[in-house]
Write a protein that binds this ligand. Structure first.
Ligand SMILES: [Zn+2]
Length: 287
């Protein structure tokens, strides 16, 4: 599933291709894709794309006249840009036709199709309204983070992936952040000391910025179909040696989510009971 660093790169690489282009038409090819009804999709026609950016795990398009189009790529969606003359396939869930003979398409192979889009008249509408703080924004201060974490009787990983608290971090990057901060993903947030909270707070933007530059270095200015994750240090590396201490990376399912960690560097003395454990309210990593 694309997370903040992936979406930052997608937005940065898509923008030079499509900003200032005018939309000729927009069409949802999968019935569940479009989640908004007002304003109607036809309102996109004739508007220019002014800006493309990211908020949380949403890719956002600002259109002339103040309209916003938000896309969530969910598990396996990706963005394609190319000539309109190529016909849409069964995997095309949404297309925007531009005035230069190109399309922007949202592609998702397989079923069920989970990618979703919203045409909105303001940022505080729809799914964007409940999003938490941006971890790369100036507002992500130590005080703000400490207030988010303190007193939460939830495992710290679940706090990091809760989009209502902090926007944009998912399963993969929460593992990487906890590795960088040398904290067990199973620690309860309310047990963290002020020094540990500060360490974790520093690790969040550090890991996200590092990931953005690693992805950029690998994909250049291209749009890509799958997340570039080959550089990760713990996530997806179960059984392989920790890059710091060579201990095999451990893996546990936490509420059905694969959680990878270094048992030594992250001081994992005790594994949690199987998912459904106390304090696990089943908060999922959803938009
Ligand atoms: Zn280690």
């Amino acid at each position: 599933m694309p997370e903040l660093p992936d979406l930052e790169v997608i937005a940065a690489n898509l923008a030079p291709r499509v900003v200032d282009r005018t939309i000729r038409g927009a069409e949802a090819l999968h019935p569940a894709f479009l989640q908004s009804t007002d304003p109607p999709l036809a309102e996109m026609e004739g508007r220019a794309i002014e800006e493309i950016w990211r908020r949380g795990k949403y890719l956002l398009f600002r259109l002339t006249g103040g309209l916003l189009f938000a896309v969530h790529l969910m598990r396996a969606g990706w963005v394609w840009h190319g000539a309109s003359r190529y016909s849409a396939t069964k995997s095309t869930v949404f297309r925007i036709e531009l005035d230069d003979g190109n399309d922007i398409r949202v592609i998702e192979a397989g079923f069920p199709k989970l990618t979703r889009g919203w045409l909105l008249s303001s940022l505080d509408q729809g799914p964007l309204s409940g999003l938490g703080v941006e971890p790369l924004g100036e507002e992500f201060t130590l005080e703000r983070f400490a207030a988010i974490v303190s007193g939460k009787r939830r495992q710290i990983k679940k706090v990091l992936v809760d989009q209502k608290l902090i926007a944009g971090i998912g399963n993969a990057y929460s593992d990487e952040i906890l590795f960088e901060a040398r904290l067990s993903p199973f620690r309860y947030a309310h047990t963290l000391s002020p020094a540990e909270i500060e360490r974790l707070w520093r690790a969040i933007p550090e890991v996200l910025r590092w990931a953005i530059s690693e992805i950029k270095a690998r994909v250049g200015d291209g749009l890509y179909q799958e997340e570039e994750r080959s550089f990760l240090r713990v996530h997806g590396r179960a059984g392989k040696p920790c890059p710091r201490c060579s201990t095999p990376i451990g893996e546990v399912l936490l509420s059905g989510q694969r959680t990878d960690f270094c048992p030594h560097c992250q001081h994992v003395d005790e594994l949690p009971p199987r998912s459904g454990s106390r304090g696990d309210r089943g908060t999922k990593d959803k938009p």
